[in-house]
Design a protein. Sequence first.
Length: 105
Amino acid sequence: MRNGNLLACRSVYAALVDSAEPQAVADMAGALEALALRHESRLRRTFAEHVQAKQFEEALVIGTEIRSLFGNHHLSDEFERLRPILERRVSSTIGDPNLRSAAST
């Protein structure tokens, strides 16, 4: 929790959920949910900023992180819906140095 590692926290929670005291599990569940919400908010904001700045490669990287952290979540579904569009945008900027430089700033 201290390092904000959502995947590690989920693994620890899964390992402890059946063996730890119920109050400890409940406390960890609440802390895990708060951590997930912070990650979701940060990723959603960062993804939108990259798309608005036409930084499509960066948006794809963030989207991949969203997918890995929130695989069964509407946020991941939204990214998967947008992925082909972002990939086309990346492909279309390859030959255009003006768009390419805008995407790397």
